[in-house]
Ligand binder design. Sequence first.
Ligand code: NDP
Length: 394
Amino acid sequence: MQNVTLLGATGSIGQSTLDVLSRHPDEYRVFALTAHRQLDALMAQAKVYQPRYVVIADESDYAKAKSLMSETGVNAELLAGPQALEFVSGHDEVHTVMAAIVGAAGLMPTMAAVKAGKRVLLANKESLVMSGKLFMDEVSRSGATLLPIDSEHNAIFQCLPADYRYGQPQASGIAKILLTGSGGPFLNTPKQTLASVTPDQACAHPNWSMGRKISVDSATMMNKGLEFIEACWLFGVAPAQIQVVIHPQSVIHSMVQYLDGSVLAQMGHPDMRTPIAHALAYPHRIDAGVAPLDFSQLLDFSFRLPDFEQYPNLKLAIDACAAGQYATTALNAANEIAVDAFLQGQLGFTQIAVINATVLEKIEPSELESLEAIIEYDGLARMLARQAIDKLRS
Ligand code: NDP
């Protein structure tokens, strides 16, 4: 029986994880559930899964959460605040941590799991984008097992040889990683009309059902850009060894091209329960509740290269990856602020890239050698992004 802490239980990945866990009650036990604003949903989950700890991110919600807990009849210990998130990530009795908080808020609790040497199921790509080298150094120091949840990275992981040596793709006969993406809801939308798209249109992804922030990132392809950066760190490859390929059907989740001309692909329905089940059970396989692919129904399989004029955020991310840690940290922070402003109707869709580019232009490069330095720099980039938004709106 493995104890699992679920960071971000109320989110899209959190709910899919609970669905997979509930299919295997003899293998996994929910140890802790965490959430931020959706307290009702958290208590409803706690009622069903009976964790030892229920954790809320915001200490000021403690009294409200406590009374909801007794109304719902949940019998667990209630904790609150950033340190409580780290406590349930690094707890001695925890075997596996699902890191599924959205955004920079996921960095410290995910790091706590890594430092404690846990089996870390990484959905929170932002933590790698922000702290790549420090994060990977900590993984090797602590002996944590890092398994990717992003469907693309999970696919790449499955297509790599079992004896793949981190940072040495050529030694494993690898020519290139082919990172696939659907192109989002605006793949065939004329560029000139993108300025007026609404948050609901941007969040209506054709293939995947996800949280609103990552849905907007998919529409701008910033998500692919963040994944590009994530892939460099996860697999120890240079930017030149990754190519982004648009595959609108989202059946192939990514591929690895070998020096002998072979290309290995991982396929499946666009359903996050597949990578979640893979990572939970690795190296074994368990039922994820996902229907098998029916090849008689797969009518079309197409590919094309991304147009950087349609997706300027993707280009910004690839360039930031080449520039280094400071640029990826700044870009991630600026983008969180810009996407939030877009979702609140304060910024146009195409202005997200304008804000991101402005912050990258304005921010001074810096060596980021500690988590504290990264968090401070992230704050600076957020401030520059807010200033750029105010200027654009004035
Ligand atoms: P959601 O927005 O659906 O869920 C986010 C979760 O994080 C919720 O439980 C939310 O709590 C919690 N949360 C939000 N802000 C904070 C905070 N400040 N402190 C602590 N907890 C917080 O996101 P997704 O599930 O879509 O994505 C989660 C992560 O997984 C992201 O990093 C995303 O990039 C990645 N990912 C997601 C995929 C998907 O298919 N959804 C695919 C691949 C990667 P509450 O709801 O209670 O406010």
